[in-house]
Design a protein around this ligand. Structure first.
Ligand SMILES: [Zn+2]
Length: 178
């Protein structure tokens, strides 16, 4: 069984290549390592497949960037062998090592962006989200192996132009879910 991870998302259509929130979107000096699924604050985030929690942690923090709120991530190893990173979430309801079934609620969509703290010095893609009043989403990454070494990675973006070879485009994987 495979489940769309945010039943309450505004859309189940994935962003086209290059569009806001798409995989490897060029964000002036950084590339987006996942796909953003926009959804209302506190929407349930579900495990897509049966799997096991291999890592959890802090994903964004206002201590790092003023326009971020504190959010968390979960990495699940699926039965199929791939690793899903669910990020920009809150209310984690799983622990490392725990087995989860497809469809289990693993967390809630957090408000990752503090729109009031975004100003002219913020990156363009962040200002664009502010104009659209979008502040909550699931940031989703897909990996062939875990962990993957990044030279510089922050908040779901890689600051190195070359894509790590074990980082996958999640679009095909997500498209099969609806
Ligand atoms: Zn993202």
């Amino acid at each position: 069984m495979h489940i769309w991870p945010v039943p309450n998302s505004y859309s189940k259509t994935l962003p086209s290549a290059g569009a806001a929130g798409s995989f490897w979107e060029e964000r002036k000096g950084r590339h987006h390592c996942g796909i953003d699924i926009y959804a209302p604050l506190n929407s349930d985030v579900l495990a897509i497949e049966n799997g096991r929690v291999v890592e959890t942690g802090v994903f964004t923090s206002p201590l790092t960037l003023p326009y971020w709120n504190e959010t968390y991530y979960i990495v699940l190893q699926n039965e199929s062998g791939l690793f899903c990173k669910y990020a920009e979430i809150d209310g984690l309801s799983v622990n490392e090592g725990q087995r989860v079934k497809a469809g289990k609620i693993i967390g809630k969509v957090a408000r990752v962006l503090n729109l009031e703290k975004i100003d002219n010095t913020s990156p363009e893609y962040i200002k664009s989200l502010q104009r659209k009043k979008i502040s909550s989403m699931l940031h989703f990454e897909l990996y062939r192996v875990w962990p993957v070494q990044f030279q510089k990675y922050l908040g779901g973006n890689s600051f190195i132009g070359q894509k790590p070879k074990n980082l996958l485009d999640p679009a095909e994987y997500l498209k099969k879910l609806f």
